[in-house]
Design a protein around this ligand. Structure first.
Ligand code: ADP
Ligand code: MG
Length: 140
């Protein structure tokens, strides 16, 4: 299996509860390496653009409000089959449906405030990484 990269966000519900370390530990314990990391406050324009794919879904406006409601930590993760590995440790979007031992089962507050974002394909991972990071900011 090839070593690949994916993009992760520790969302405002998690940073608010001081869970940056807790989430990061679960990612690292799952075999992912944090090869870039930055704490930022996302602007409304950034959040709208990042979640453009969901612009016709009923929760889009609330999602943008939520993602700009506090600090987030944007990260690049590296590991074998990183996209799938990260999706597996994240758990289902709705924490009520997430498996035991996943980040969302452990930490998420709701289907919206679900603690982490993770890319859903290699193609989207590349797009999302370049949305927040330049290649020289990623140190593997
Ligand atoms: P995932 O983050 O698991 O890839 P989606 O890409 O479908 O899930 O949705 C993006 C984000 O939008 C979710 O992580 C969550 O924060 C929010 N979201 C998804 N579905 C809902 C919903 N039904 N109500 C409110 N927020 C939602
Ligand atoms: Mg998604």
């Amino acid at each position: 299996m090839a070593v690949t990269r994916t993009f992760s966000i520790i969302k405002p519900d998690a940073t608010r509860r001081n869970l940056t370390g807790g989430v990061t530990k679960m990612l690292e314990d799952a075999g992912l390496r944090i090869v870039a990391s930055r704490r930022i406050r996302m602007s409304e324009d950034q959040a709208k653009s990042f979640y453009e794919v969901h612009k016709d879904r009923p929760f889009y406006g609330e999602l943008v409000d939520f993602m700009t409601s506090g600090p987030v930590v944007v990260q690049v993760l590296e590991g074998e089959d990183a996209v799938k590995r990260n999706r597996d440790i994240m758990g289902a979007t709705n924490p009520a449906e997430a498996e035991e031992g996943t980040i969302r089962k452990t930490y998420a507050e709701s289907i919206e405030a679900n603690s982490v974002h993770g890319s859903d394909s290699d193609e989207n991972a590349a797009k999302e990484i370049s949305f927040f990071f330049t290649e020289d900011e990623i140190v593997g």
